[in-house]
Design a protein around this ligand. Structure first.
Ligand SMILES: NC(=O)c1ccc[n+]([C@@H]2O[C@H](COP(=O)([O-])OP(=O)(O)OC[C@H]3O[C@@H](n4cnc5c(N)ncnc54)[C@H](O)[C@@H]3O)[C@@H](O)[C@H]2O)c1
Length: 263
């Protein structure tokens, strides 16, 4: 992908750390200028300094994607810097609470960030892209958007909603030269979950759920965003891509059955 995005401008929301930061870094390494939208000021400053020191062009925007007014101002400003070719809607939160215990405020916060936030940014960016007749929108859904998980009713719902938002954007804007696709990672070890999940939990998770035997890394996820944003993916539209080490392929086999395999 070296130089493939030279002269292109990508917005990455939630790009100040973890998966979003790696996506931003890889777009930069492929020649793009990247505008990072994030509401974590400290992480945004560190990300900007890190990428700038590596010689890349990065525009930091302190913006809460769940606030439509802030989003509109930031998108308009980013467009003034340079026309936006690629939008990566990655910002998201994941709170873990059993269905019966979720308060309306927590439900609303998750939906406002993960689903409405992506809608606000995509709608504003797509208006510009539509006038130019070209653009790519990539939405960060989750394996949880296809197959739920206990304690994640709001998160599961928001990520499932993103898949249909993606398909609808593809359907309504394809004739205007805009493509939209969704990416569904399984468990990726990032700041989001190291705050709550112990190493023992992760080991048990790998053993119980992942045929590939390990959880994901941010570098397992970023490259598909570059591929889907590139002209090589010109004929891919409205689709959902799962990157989960095989988790959704089915139930893991019993260990004794694995030993039966004749090599
Ligand atoms: N880590 C995983 O296992 C996993 C799996 C599937 C999908 N995802 C999705 O990938 C995305 C990134 O996850 P991560 O693990 O890198 O999380 P993370 O918490 O490490 O990073 C998320 C980034 O988004 C920013 N953000 C959150 N809310 C925001 C808001 N309202 N406005 C602006 N910025 C905001 C945060 O400041 C942070 O920089 C999320 O959408 C998440 O749901 C993660």
């Amino acid at each position: 992908m070296h130089g493939k995005f030279k002269g292109k401008h990508a917005i990455v929301t939630g790009g100040a750390r973890s998966i979003g930061f790696e996506i931003a870094r890889q777009f930069c390494a492929a020649g793009a200028m990247v505008s990072i939208f994030d509401y974590n000021q400290e992480a945004l400053e560190i990300a900007t300094t890190t990428l700038t020191n590596e010689g890349y062009r990065v525009n930091p925007f302190l913006v809460d994607v769940s606030d439509q007014l802030q989003v509109n101002l930031a998108v308009d400003r980013a467009e003034e810097i340079a026309p936006v070719d690629v939008l990566v809607n990655n910002a998201g939160i994941c709170l873990v609470t059993p269905f019966l215990n979720i308060e309306a405020e927590e439900w609303q916060k998750t939906l406002d960030t993960n689903l409405s936030g992506a809608f606000y940014v995509a709608q504003r960016v797509c208006r510009y892209m539509a006038r130019r007749g070209k653009g790519v929108v990539l939405n960060m859904s989750s394996k949880n958007g296809l197959d739920g998980e206990f304690g994640h009713a709001h998160y599961n719902s928001s990520k499932a909603g993103l898949i249909l938002l993606t398909k609808t954007i593809a359907l309504e804007l394809a004739h205007l030269g805009i493509r939209a696709n969704a990416v569904c990672p399984g468990y990726i070890r990032t700041a989001m979950n190291t705050e709550v999940d112990s190493d023992e939990f992760v080991e048990e998770f790998e053993d119980r759920y992942i045929p590939g035997g390990r959880v994901g890394k941010v570098t397992d996820i970023a490259p598909i965003f570059l591929f889907l944003a590139s002209d090589d993916a010109e004929y891919i539209n409205g689709q959902t891509f799962v990157l989960d080490g095989g988790q959704l392929a089915g139930q893991k086999p019993w260990k004794w059955l694995l030993e039966e395999i004749k090599l």
